[in-house]
Design a protein around this ligand. Structure first.
Ligand code: 6R9
Length: 650
């Protein structure tokens, strides 16, 4: 049984870790028994402009959900990530950037330079009329300017809304519209693995698709020098904007509960939601977890391979490491370009101490055998981390052995866009590891498992994963829709935050996340709402009805499996399948491209017309023997047809 495999805390971490076993136990107890005094003390790790007098003001009751931390204190996130480090670390690298093309020059940005760049851009944004509370949309490649832009917004109290560069113009337009951005910051093109993404052209198209927003200015970074259309009334080159600005910009005094950023994520229904994170609690949570989960010591080079377009990039490429005065690595490319040895070469080149990545990346390298590490030394590594989806024990062991040489602990960190930072994870000096388990809760985090009736279950068991009390980094609301926030997270189990994940707890109190229990897919660690993909599909003329489920996928974890019923007069063909895939790419982006399209004359529906997705999931997974009760179907015969159709499609 995989539960039996235990990897004890290593000698290295036992003696030198920031948090050892005893400290973890006692701090955890205090954090639960007296959260107010615990967090008041931890909050000293930030620089406050005006100290807070209230620590926590929280209610999870569904008729009155509110979450406030340190709410009468003031601070500035950018000043915490930059200015306060200048005295001691002005010459220390804050960001190290490795370009997509290995032969090109890298960039090393010191804290002094970061201060200058961010201040200039902050002044530039002000000159465009951006004010405290305005939302600025960022659609950027993985370059240092993406971090400058986030921090420049934070410096002047503007709210950034970063949209992943892989999203389509349609998806970008929806996000610009939702927040009402007047300013978009982008680049001519992004590069990834030798391929180019026309970011500026996508912004042009998105702006023309916007219904609510009228974008006044598009700031364009020259990243590749690729050709772009330039609209002189609206567009301005990044360098022209910042070139004439002062390198001093007083950081704005922000309330702890003022919004720092909005980031869109997929849910089981409707359009992606704008997750709202605020200033004080978020920064405290990302800073403390970055230090303790990664046992981070200033001077170390820390590498989180996530794109800044995702929450992991926000929390563990930008805010956490910089709040701690760390050196954070940004990589523009992909693990397999120009070849599978790239990650190993980067680790050696920069003497990376901590490498934090996604199981899907590990699995794609694992498929190449020893090649990814064959010529790498890797002796600088002390710790590895994973995030985004459950890691299968085989991939865990491969990563541990090949990258960690059996010496580096792996912190399997469970958290969500909504949680702001890591909630369940080993602390490397305190918690023995079990491959595939995110292990134990971080300070202040109270997980519980619920049965379908909403009762909390004790001991070794499995159920719906909830959190019983707040933690500082928790999302505060959905932008413009607090009611949806309450319904999505606080109505399934009264008085608890429901994660949407299922989990198992073993005899040692270790948590094993088993995956989403709602209609959210996790494709290569990226969240994708089945409803979003379905609505993209039915917007195509040939599609009458579509049902989307996840299917097992060796590299991606989950693939996207689509059942399509065509409109009258349309007939299935390979060309049409290609066209539908293309259509979804265009509507959402390449990450939503269906893996399998199965033509279906009918879908399994109850008499009341509800699609029984459980059956579709089982068929997509080849599990025909465990379809369960199909007697409530309006037409039980569709199941046989679907099984037959699956054999053809898969
Ligand atoms: C940070 C991030 C959140 C969902 C979450 C869960 C899955 C994340 C995991 C994990 C098992 C882990 N997830 N980390 N599942 N083990 N270590 O990924 O945020 O993109 O919002 O996704 O990802 O299902 O609910 P986000």
């Amino acid at each position: 049984m995989s539960d039996e495999a235990v990897y004890p805390v290593t000698d290295h971490f036992r003696n030198k870790a920031l948090i050892d076993k005893e400290t973890y136990e006692s701090m955890y107890q205090r954090s639960i028994q007296d959260p107010e005094s615990f967090w008041a003390e931890q909050a000293k790790r930030l620089d406050w402009m005006k100290p807070f007098s209230r620590v926590k003001d929280v209610s999870f009751a569904s008729d009155d959900v509110h979450i406030r931390w340190f709410d009468d204190g003031t601070l500035n996130a950018a000043a915490n990530c930059i200015d306060r480090h200048l005295e001691e670390r002005s010459g220390q690298p804050a960001i190290i950037w490795e370009p997509d093309e290995e032969s090109e020059d890298n960039r090393v940005i010191t804290y002094a330079e970061l201060h200058e760049e961010v201040s200039r851009l902050a002044n530039g944004l002000k000159s465009l009329g951006v004010k405290k509370g305005d939302i600025v949309t960022l659609y950027m490649p993985m370059v240092p300017e993406a971090a400058y832009a986030m921090l420049a917004c934070a410096r002047i109290g503007a709210i950034h809304s970063v949209v992943f560069g892989g999203f389509s113009p349609e998806a970008l337009a929806g996000r610009i519209d939702d927040g009402g951005s007047k300013v978009v910051i982008t680049a001519d093109e992004a590069r990834r693995g030798g391929k180019r993404v026309p970011l500026k052209a996508n912004v042009d198209e998105a702006v023309s698709l916007c219904k609510e927003s009228s974008v006044d200015n598009v700031v364009v970074l020259k990243a590749t020098g690729g050709n772009v259309d330039f609209n002189g009334n609206r567009d301005i080159w990044y360098r022209d904007l910042v070139g004439k600005q002062s390198d001093q910009c007083e950081p704005e005094e922000m309330g702890a509960e003022d919004t720092l950023f909005v980031l869109y994520t997929s849910g089981s229904t409707g359009k992606p939601k704008g997750v709202v994170h605020t200033t004080g609690g978020y920064l405290l949570h990302t800073s403390i977890t970055h230090e303790y989960v990664f046992d981070y010591r200033p001077g170390e080079v820390y590498w989180c391979s996530a794109d800044v377009g995702w929450i992991t990039g926000h929390s563990y490429v930008v805010y956490g490491p910089l709040a701690n005065g760390g050196t954070t690595m940004m990589f523009e490319g992909v693990p397999t370009y120009p070849d599978v040895g790239r990650l190993g070469r980067i680790i050696d080149k920069y003497k990376i101490a901590t490498f934090y990545t996604a199981p899907t990346a590990i699995r794609s390298l694992m498929a190449e055998g020893d090649a990814p590490v064959a010529n790498a030394d890797l002796s600088s590594l002390k710790l590895l981390g994973t995030v985004g989806e459950p890691i299968n024990p085989e991939a865990w062991r491969w990563f541990h052995q090949k990258f960690g040489k059996g010496q580096c602990p792996i912190v399997d960190t469970w958290w969500q866009t909504e949680t702001g930072g890591i909630l369940i994870s080993p602390l490397p000096g305190a918690i023995d590891l079990k491959p595939g388990s995110a292990t134990k809760p971080f300070f202040g985090v109270q997980p519980a498992l619920m049965d379908p009736e909403g009762n909390e279950m004790e001991g070794a068991t499995s159920g719906g994963l909830v959190l019983k009390d707040s933690w500082p980094g928790q999302m505060r609301t959905i932008l413009g829709n607090h009611q949806r926030f309450v319904e999505t997270y606080f109505s399934t189990y009264e008085g608890c935050y429901f994660t949407g994940d299922g989990a198992k707890r073993d005899e040692d109190g270790y948590y094993w996340i088993t995956g989403r229990v709602d209609d959210v897919l996790n494709v290569s660690g990226h969240r994708m709402g089945t409803a979003e993909v379905e609505s993209a599909l039915v917007s195509h003329d040939a599609v009458a009805e579509a049902a989307v489920v996840g299917c097992p996928h060796e590299i991606k974890g989950q693939g996207i499996y689509v059942y399509v019923t065509l409109t009258h007069g349309q007939s299935p063909s390979d060309e049409l399948a290609k066209e539908l895939k293309q259509h979804v790419r265009k509507e959402i982006g390449p990450i939503a491209t269906p893996d399998v399209i199965q033509w279906a004359d009918g879908l399994p529906k109850t008499r009341s017309g509800k699609i029984m997705r459980r059956i579709l999931r089982k068929i997509a997974a080849d599990e025909f023997d465990s379809l369960g009760d199909t007697s409530t179907l309006a037409d039980p015969n569709v199941v046989d047809d679907l099984i037959e159709g699956h054999r053809v499609a898969a």
